[in-house]
Design a protein around this ligand. Structure first.
Ligand code: FPP
Length: 236
């Protein structure tokens, strides 16, 4: 399917966990728990549909502003996801990757993340990129830091082109997202993949993330297939 549709990379802003819980009269953390279940469903569906890369916006650089208990709960879910899903990754040849600032994450999460990345590093199926302690502006800042540290001719010339930052991004080998999905009905990019999303198609679903199913993913893919991508050019 990926070959046919030109859809290699999907990014998802998984929004609406809190509202989902509030609507059921539950505490917000219950929404995140259901959100984790939805993430598992959609990872499986993306793998089954031959998508090559799926970036999930799990925790942003701004999400630290939430209460300590909510932050700890989400981190606990991430730990659970990384550990308990290992057999599932193996069965489905899923490779786990990360984007974001590792330095700001709790050491136990960093350890689990590194282990999951190492254990799944050779798998050639779907690559799931967990955006964890991720911010688009933060990534650009860290890329600039790497570029300056690398030095070289470009830096000496003090002149940069549009593509010069790419090799210093978190995952330069991963193609830019073709499609960015946001659930929960709001039309915002929220600091997600700012550099990479220059020509991504957007799809906003009014459904809250915990309610998302593989059929919703199919609808988003079908909608993408109807788009005409020109990348700033004109229709061929
Ligand atoms: C946004 O909803 C959701 C988050 C900040 C957390 C996302 C985390 C998960 C789905 C669970 C972990 C997933 C994996 C793959 C490890 P919100 O709380 O901002 O919702 P609201 O806008 O309704 O308040």
């Amino acid at each position: 399917m990926a070959e046919k549709t030109g859809l290699r990379h999907i990014g998802i802003i998984m929004d609406g966990n809190g509202r989902w819980a509030e609507r059921q009269g539950l505490i917000r953390t219950k929404g995140h728990l259901e959100g984790l279940k939805a993430a598992k469903r959609i990872v499986k569906a993306a793998a089954d549909r031959g998508i090559a890369y799926l970036t999930l916006y799990v925790f942003s650089t701004e999400n630290w502003k939430r209460t300590v208990s909510e932050v700890n709960f989400i981190m606990g879910l991430v730990k659970q996801y990384l550990k308990a899903e290992l057999d599932f990754y193996r069965e489905n040849h899923i490779r786990i990757r990360h984007t974001g600032d590792m330095e700001g994450l709790p050491p136990d999460i960093v350890k689990d993340l590194r282990e999951a990345m190492a254990d799944t590093g050779d798998f050639e199926g779907l690559q799931v990129v967990l955006a964890l302690n991720y911010g688009g502006r933060d990534e650009i800042g860290r890329a600039l830091t790497r570029l300056v540290k690398a030095g070289g001719e470009k830096l000496a010339a003090e002149k940069f082109g549009a593509e010069d930052l790419r090799p210093f991004l978190d995952n330069p080998d991963i193609p830019d997202p073709d499609l960015i999905i946001r659930t929960g009905g709001e039309w915002r990019i929220s600091n997600f993949l700012l550099w990479e999303a220059a020509y991504s198609e957007f799809y906003v679903s009014s459904k809250l993330w915990p309610d998302w199913t593989p059929e919703d993913l199919d609808e988003a893919i079908e909608n993408f297939q109807g788009r005409q991508r020109r990348f700033g050019g004109v229709k061929a």
